[in-house]
Write a protein that binds this ligand. Structure first.
Ligand code: NCD
Length: 425
């Protein structure tokens, strides 16, 4: 497979099929799309839209700042409607005629369940294939045949796969079917190998949007109002919104797809700095393709190996506006990695009460979850801290995924109109 030097091109190390390995029809199917996968995101994105609306959601680069705002507002409305029986009844009838396939061939708890809950909120019927051993793939069926079959029975395919960019290839398959007059349905990427997890980034941004309104509501448990907060030491110059902030990411930066998708979205906001704190090992630090893409967006990045490294003359832990913790993705370790990682002191990449006490008073702590009880990157004693946002973040996933599904099925306008007419009179 050729590698690309285009900053917004695909990751060069993606384990897609390569010509020499194309021994099965599955491999040959993937090769069919290889030249399309190699194109920069800005060229691919329009093919994944219809009439200015997302048709397929494959990578976070499709989510503009304006669309993120729009989806966040719809999610807020769905959340409010869901507090009332009449609002719930309205929502559940909205997409009652639609069916979704959740095709998850990689472990998942939150993404799977929150998509299922999102479908249920909007009345979409769900079905699932989680174990390919129970499908005809064991009888030699190709993945593309499976996907095409799903599209015969369902109106939407939400998929998670260990294969990077399989979801993207499936979107092209659907586009080709559409072009030839066949049945075709939207594809939503719920995690593709080590590559992308756009809907996790979506819920991370939604959580940050709510937190940085500083309204002291459910997503920011701060009792201190914004105006008072600005007077606190170190908080002068604080602004509302996601711009003008320093975001920290800590842990397994190299292998975490959620970091990749979120960092790309944060880079779209004005005057943002991204700080990556990871053990100094080539597999754990940022991959070069992400570094190049971020630099091409002119965002300031710092790659550090400790919370104590100085940033603007102070330890970085004291300088962050938000901290995104991650788990070490041990399932990707090779035997050589395991030997090498044994020498790393991972406890330096775990939070403690003491570290949290040094963080800015409003700075949310996020984590895509699951957290690893053995590594302890976020010990449970932090859960009651005002800044611990991860459980609310996971619940936000349900609301923002509902908003996404409403957007894909062009039902968001109806939701906003109903809310205006029935709840804001
Ligand atoms: C993440 C994933 O699967 O990429 N979890 C999630 O979807 N919330 C992160 C992880 O597994 O570490």
């Amino acid at each position: 497979m050729s590698s690309t030097t285009e900053p917004d091109g695909p990751p060069p190390t993606t384990p897609l099929a390569s010509a020499s390995l194309a021994s099965t029809q599955d491999d040959r199917d993937l090769l069919l799309y290889e030249s399309r996968l190699e194109r920069p995101i800005r060229v691919k994105a329009p093919e994944l839209e219809r009439s200015g609306r997302l048709r397929h959601l494959i990578f976070s680069g499709q989510l503009t700042v304006d669309l993120l705002e729009e989806l966040g507002s719809v999610a807020d409305v769905i959340r409010q409607l869901s507090r009332h029986r009449s609002g719930q009844d309205f929502l559940i009838n909205l997409l009652h005629h639609k069916r979704a396939m959740l095709y998850f061939t990689q472990p998942s708890t939150r993404t799977f369940l929150s998509f299922m809950a999102a479908c249920q909120i909007l009345g979409i019927t769900c079905n699932e294939v989680r174990n390919p051993q129970t499908s005809s793939e064991t009888k030699g069926e190709t993945r593309f045949d499976s996907i095409r079959m799903f599209s015969s029975y369902f109106d939407l395919i939400i998929m998670r796969s260990p294969i990077a960019r399989l979801a993207e290839s499936c979107a092209y398959l659907m586009n080709d079917l559409e072009r030839s007059g066949n049945r075709s349905v939207p594809i939503v990427n719920a995690g593709s190998g080590a590559d992308e997890h756009p809907t996790q980034a979506l819920l991370d941004i939604y959580t940050l949007q709510r937190t940085f309104q500083f309204e002291g509501s459910t997503d920011s448990s701060l009792s201190t109002r914004f105006e008072e907060l600005q007077k606190l030491p170190g908080c002068d110059g604080l602004t509302k919104g996601l711009a003008n902030k320093t975001y920290g990411f800590c842990g397994d930066i190299g292998r975490g797809r959620t970091v990749r998708s979120l960092a790309m979205l944060l880079a779209n906001y004005e005057n943002v700095r991204l700080v990556f704190i990871a053990p100094d090992h080539p597999k754990l630090v940022m991959r070069d393709d992400l570094r190049q893409r971020l630099l091409a967006k002119n965002v300031t990045i710092h790659e550090l190996s400790s919370f104590e490294t100085l940033l603007d003359g102070k330890p970085v832990i004291e300088q962050l506006d938000a901290l995104y913790m991650t788990r070490v993705q041990k399932e990707h370790d090779t035997p050589e990695d395991a030997d090498c990682f044994a020498k790393i002191d991972f406890s330096r990449y775990c939070l403690s009460k003491n570290l949290v006490s040094r963080m800015r008073p409003y700075a949310p702590i996020l984590h895509p979850f699951p957290r690893d009880q053995h590594s302890g990157e976020i010990p449970p004693e932090i859960d009651n801290d005002d800044r611990a946002m991860y459980f609310r973040q996971a619940r936000n996933g349900m609301w923002i995924r509902s908003a996404l599904l409403a957007h894909v099925f062009d039902a968001d306008g109806q939701i906003l109109r109903y809310f205006r007419n029935e709840f804001q009179k």
